[in-house]
Write a protein that binds this ligand. Structure first.
Ligand SMILES: Nc1ncnc2c1ncn2[C@@H]1O[C@H](COP(=O)(O)OP(=O)(O)OP(=O)(O)O)[C@@H](O)[C@H]1O
Length: 313
């Protein structure tokens, strides 16, 4: 088997939060084991505050694990100066964070070429034109300023900037969430086409289950810092194995009543058992007292004592 592009091995992240007179520990990521294979887009879904962005930042080497290890192409991401930054890129929700308002689009898009030492003006121009065309913008956009563009066009420029060095791994963190639905579909199609052309691997972080399905080959569900289900996209959307994943999908399909109280977001009441037991209609005494470990089931992995029964219904 090939070495995964990204490999998280038992990773924890603990932040210090709160006011200085009442510091508290925030356990944002807990014991995560996850790998992203070559040429794969892994979708990461979960409620606000579940730890998705922290996981994305871990994969970029922007957050240091408090425990465990993050490997990029088999090598630890930390303490290594030889890992080239241009091999990993990130696309955020607000393209404004990636684009300098005082720079022409062409200059913003070509900037990352400095990291890989592309100095020839002709070559830089050629690469900018090529990548702009790949995101559906003609060469005239290179001589415009970000404020002259629509939100969707700005996000396409941010994607072009992230991809110009041909990174092998990209994090899309809520990259289409701020766009109108019709523009969203257009940008998702561009991501799919670019992935097919440049064959990068990616972590696609989103609240939006439909957008995630559209681009991802596998789905991971996060809750309170933990991965509670991972499965191939096809089977996940047909037959999710965790009651929480089922509830997320039912709410997507417009069902208001699910076995979960999805509205009680971030109610992380401490329990010795399953962290979801206080919200789950399936929970029994075992769920309330013993924490389920994530385990293989069918063609995925799930952290639920009663998953075999859940998938029968
Ligand atoms: N730098 C930080 N310092 C302290 N706490 C942090 C930091 N970054 C994140 N957190 C906390 O870690 C937890 C997970 O946050 P994170 O942003 O990873 O979640 P998320 O699932 O991406 O949420 P959202 O969808 O709202 O962006 C939250 O409780 C958050 O407040």
């Amino acid at each position: 088997m090939n070495t995964p592009v990204i490999d998280l091995d038992g990773v924890d992240v603990v932040f210090s939060g709160g006011a200085f007179w009442a510091r508290q520990k925030i356990h944002a990521v807990k014991g995560v084991r996850l790998s992203i294979e070559e040429n794969e887009i892994l979708g990461l879904v979960g409620e606000s505050g579940s730890g998705k962005t922290t996981l994305g930042r871990l994969c970029m080497g922007l957050v240091k694990p408090s425990r465990g290890e993050v490997r990029f192409e088999g090598k630890s991401l930390y303490g290594r100066r030889d890992l080239v930054r241009a091999e990993r890129s990130i696309v955020l929700q607000q393209p404004e964070w990636a684009l300098n308002p005082r720079l022409l689009v062409g200059s913003s898009v070509s900037e990352p070429l400095d990291i890989i030492g592309v100095e020839s003006r002709t070559e830089r121009k050629r690469r900018v034109t090529e990548i702009l065309e790949r995101v559906g913008l003609d060469r005239s956009f290179a001589s415009r300023y970000p404020h002259e563009l629509s939100g969707g066009q700005r996000q396409r420029v941010a994607i072009a900037r992230a991809l110009i060095t041909r990174p092998s791994f990209i994090v899309f963190d809520e990259a289409v969430s701020a766009l109108d639905v019709s523009v969203q579909t257009h940008v998702l199609n561009i991501i799919r086409k670019l992935q097919a052309a440049q064959r990068f691997s990616a972590l696609f972080i989103s609240h939006d289950m439909a957008a995630t399905r559209y681009v991802s080959s596998r789905i991971a569900v996060m809750y309170a810092g933990e991965i509670i289900e991972i499965a191939p996209s096809v089977t996940f959307y047909e037959k999710p194995q965790h009651p929480y994943s089922r509830a997320l999908l039912l709410s997507l399909r417009g069902h208001e009543r699910t076995q979960f109280e999805l509205k009680v977001a971030n109610d992380l009441t401490a329990t010795a058992g399953c962290p979801l037991s206080h919200r789950c209609a399936w929970a029994d005494d075992v769920c309330r007292s013993i924490k389920p470990a994530i385990r293989p089931l069918n063609d995925g992995e799930v952290a639920c004592h009663r998953a075999e029964e859940v998938i029968q219904v």
